[in-house]
Design a protein around this ligand. Structure first.
Ligand code: DLL
Length: 454
């Protein structure tokens, strides 16, 4: 018997191991990866508690519920919310200043208010717990958009009664970032700070961010060469064209952030890295879209008015608050892995809607059209007038400063054509000298209404 030499085993190559990907950074990992079912269970529990709290502690809410025959005990499923009456801005005005608070005033840690240019201001309040949850949600929003602990966050939202400044500020601090409380205005100095402090993130209204970009270019400061990589822009409607403009001129990725003071402030919803709509944080809010004319709840995906119910607010719980913001909701898992509902870019408020020769138009649609025209800048103003029975719209527009004045008439023709083909309305276009239209330091006033009052 001959002993056979054992074959030397050829070493099998170790299976190629996929490089282990670090999980994406999440500020609130558990709730940001919750399933739809988990979110729904949490929402129902919190909704029932909120409705009961409003009923028991806010006489005006109780009276409204009673008049509608809606009792908190009837709330057995999320869909039962449709039986409850809406809350509108006038309810806040009628209760001015603190009538809708559900806690004694002494437990309110901070108030904010709207400017009240069109009547009594609306006043909102926060307990210490509300402020902590708001900071947490804004930190989550900043992180979802790509901000990280340790970032230098330049906050150019206005500080004061407006929720933008302090809301973004508290969120940035909670995230563990370094916050520069710049507020709005003093643009030349802001640019020096952006450059010298090497900001990573800019928080501002999109119109103010454009103003910053322009002044930086004028002053010969190239913000694109530095660390600035991310913008969180919101508080007013803006278009994809404006996004492209801001990204190009500031060398950043621009994300949309949404919120309103009645519900909390900034951080109600934000675009994640996938930027396929703004994730509404459903552990703290319940979102519906209704037909603004009938109040009927619309199926997911249909465009209408966004209605929000707070689920965790202590000082000012609001049930079915009509935001007047026009949008649609997208359900289904996002490419980022989150299941929180997505609110599509807000087209505008229903009270900003213009009806030009029978066509419904939002200012942001005009912006979307004109920002696609070569040679047009994103500085514009819409002038509404009535000529006889007809409402007319004039777009006052600054050409790109690089465009020769001889080419302005052609630009005006091209903008008229583009607005007609994309939006469906005929507008006149007046070109204005670059730098001559008013610049924004906060929310831009895009419309000048010259129609006779009354
Ligand atoms: O604007 C809160 C905020 C501050 C949001 C900073 C984002 C960033 P209010 O002053 O109460 O609160 O105004 C709320 O502004 O109902 C919308 O009509 C509009 N709005 C807010 N964010 C967006 C957005 C703050 N991303 C009102 N897109 C809302 C379009 C927005 N409109």
């Amino acid at each position: 018997m001959t002993a056979r030499a054992r074959p030397t085993p050829t070493p099998t190559p170790a299976p190629a191991r996929a490089p282990r990907q670090a999980p994406p950074f999440r500020f609130d990992p558990a709730i940001e990866s919750a399933s739809r079912d988990e979110l729904a269970v949490l929402q129902l529990r919190r909704l029932r508690a909120t409705v009961r709290r409003a009923y028991e502690n806010v006489p005006a809410a109780r009276a409204k519920f009673d008049a509608a025959g809606a009792n908190p005990a009837d709330l057995r499923a999320l869909a039962d919310l449709a039986q409850f009456p809406f809350t509108v801005k006038d309810d806040l005005r009628a209760a001015y200043p603190f009538g809708l608070f559900a806690v004694p005033r002494e437990q309110v840690n901070r108030v904010h208010a709207s400017s009240g240019t069109t009547g009594r201001p609306t006043v909102v309040g926060y307990t210490a717990g509300d402020l902590a949850r708001w900071a947490g949600l804004m930190a989550r929003s900043l992180a979802a958009a790509g901000a990280r602990p340790g970032d230098m966050i330049h906050n150019a939202y206005g500080y004061g009664l407006f929720t933008g400044g302090l809301g973004a500020h508290d969120g940035a601090q909670r995230l563990g970032a370094t916050v520069v409380p710049a507020s709005g205005g003093g643009t030349e100095r802001q640019i020096v700070l952006l450059r010298d402090f090497a900001a990573d993130v800019l928080c501002a209204t999109p119109s103010y961010a454009l103003n910053i970009a322009e002044v930086a270019e004028r002053d010969g400061v190239d913000l694109r060469g530095g660390r600035l990589r991310l913008g969180l822009f919101g508080a007013e409607p803006w278009s994809e064209g404006m996004r492209a403009e801001l990204e190009r001129r500031l060398g950043i990725r621009a994300h949309d952030v949404y919120g309103l003071s009645e519900i909390m402030g900034p951080g109600v919803a934000v675009e994640c890295e996938a930027r396929q709509g703004l994730h509404g944080w459903e552990d703290h809010f319940l979102f519906e879209v209704i037909d603004p004319a009938t109040g009927a709840v619309l199926p997911t995906g249909a465009e209408g008015e966004l209605v929000i119910t707070t689920l965790t607010k202590e000082a000012l719980p609001l049930i079915r608050y009509r935001t007047r913001d026009i949008t649609r909701l997208e359900a289904g898992r996002c490419a980022c892995g989150r299941n929180h509902v997505r609110i599509m870019r807000i087209a505008g408020r229903d009270d900003d809607m213009m009806i030009i020769r029978g066509v419904n138009v939002y200012p942001s649609q005009i912006e979307a059209a004109l920002t696609t025209v070569a040679g047009a800048s994103a500085n514009y103003l819409l002038v509404r007038e009535r000529k006889g029975a007809l409402e007319t719209l004039t777009v006052q527009l600054e050409p790109d400063p690089a465009l020769a004045a001889a080419a302005w008439p052609d630009l005006a023709r091209r903008v008229t054509h583009q607005v007609k083909s994309l939006v469906g309305v005929t507008v006149s276009v007046e070109t204005q000298a670059p730098g001559s239209l008013p610049r924004s330091v906060g929310k831009a006033a895009r419309v000048r209404d010259l129609r006779p009052k009354g």
